[in-house]
Ligand binder design. Structure first.
Ligand code: ISE
Length: 336
């Protein structure tokens, strides 16, 4: 079978990274188009994928018949129009998280996908492809250590850019836990509560962090998430799962350890690119394999919608300081 020709929309940090990943570390796929209205940026990313063409818009790239599938890696607020264009053209899509920032726009995507009659959209919640999370999900499902009681999550970033806002603590960062907690527990997030921890005054004045986000699943598991975006020492995403008969920890870095001058030290990741390297590669390979058969192999647009509802509740909780329950539409048969 010939290579899947992938068009990458958005040549920023994430898009440029995906171009290299598809080109160099994904079997059966090549980057055929890089789409970005910023021509020099598109050119720079296209340089890493020999033979790829650049386009200012997804519509222009589709008109040139330049691709078999689309990877959307623009910021979330720009996803809706491109998702609708891709669905109209019946192209398989891998859409970086979030599907869309609000439930209302996510519903439009779902309606368009259902109308087209095929599941074409996979959402880029890459943690579902991380070996640690996958193993933990199996342990939970098999009840190896009894029932799961609680999840204690740490999500720590070295720093964030000045444009990062308090709301982004939820819809850009905790968004991952809002998906992965449901993935691990197989139960939807039913309520979100936020506690502000003592403010880290070394961060930008407009940011009040770290926070503790409490995600309560319908099944009664509480996940507390330390969301901290100024730890400086590295990029760390760890989870402790507390069971009736044991505790399981995932995500501890096991890099090289050095003993010297009466001390020993290890290494920590500095970016999500290395912490989730394997997850991104697995995700891309599964998507490419599925896209060749016109289907998906990962979180669907429906999963994207559920997270959008949970994010909306989380943002309300962070703004009001109150616990907010999450309401979901009934699941359409199409996504069963
Ligand atoms: C970023 O957008 C990501 O997706 C990272 O995985 C997350 O750790 C970070 O907090 C976000 O800003």
């Amino acid at each position: 079978m010939s290579d899947l020709r992938v068009g990458v929309v958005g040549a920023g940090l994430m898009g440029a990274d995906h171009v290299v990943r598809i080109q160099k570390r994904t079997a059966g796929a090549t980057v055929s188009a890089v789409i970005d209205p910023d021509a020099p940026r598109a050119e720079a990313a296209a340089q890493t994928a020999a033979g790829s063409a650049t386009f200012p818009s997804l519509t222009a790239a589709i008109e040139a018949d330049s691709m078999d599938a689309v990877l959307i890696a623009t910021p979330g607020q720009f996803h809706l129009p491109d998702l609708l264009v891709a669905l109209e053209a019946k192209l398989p899509v891998l859409c970086e998280k979030p599907l869309t920032p609000e439930p209302e726009s996510a519903i439009k995507v779902i309606e368009a996908e259902i109308a087209g009659g095929a599941k074409l959209i996979q959402v880029g919640f890459m943690r579902r492809f991380d070996p640690g999370y996958m193993e933990l999900r199996d342990i939970v499902a098999q009840q190896l250590y009894g029932d799961l009681l609680a999840l204690r999550c740490q999500h720590r970033n070295p720093s964030v850019p000045e444009g990062y806002t308090n709301e982004m603590l939820i819809n850009d960062s905790v968004v991952h836990e809002l998906d992965v907690v449901r993935y691990l527990t197989d139960s939807p997030v039913a309520a979100v509560d936020i506690r502000y921890l003592k403010r880290n005054t070394s961060n930008f004045e407009h940011l009040h962090e770290p926070i503790l986000a409490f995600l309560e699943t319908k099944s009664g598991v509480v996940a507390d998430v330390e969301m901290n975006v100024s730890v400086k020492f590295g990029y760390q995403v760890k989870t402790e799962a507390v069971f009736e008969n044991g505790v399981v920890e995932i995500g501890r870095t096991s890099g090289t350890t050095v003993w010297s001058e009466g001390r020993y030290s290890g290494t920590e990741h500095m970016t999500f690119k290395t912490r989730f390297k394997e997850a991104f590669e697995n995700e891309l390979q599964c998507w490419v394999n599925a896209a060749k058969n016109g289907t998906i192999d990962g979180p669907s647009a429906w999963d994207g919608y559920l997270v959008a509802e949970a994010c909306k509740a989380g943002v309300q909780a962070i703004q009001t300081g109150k616990r907010v329950e999450v309401n979901y539409l009934p699941k359409p048969d199409f996504y069963e």
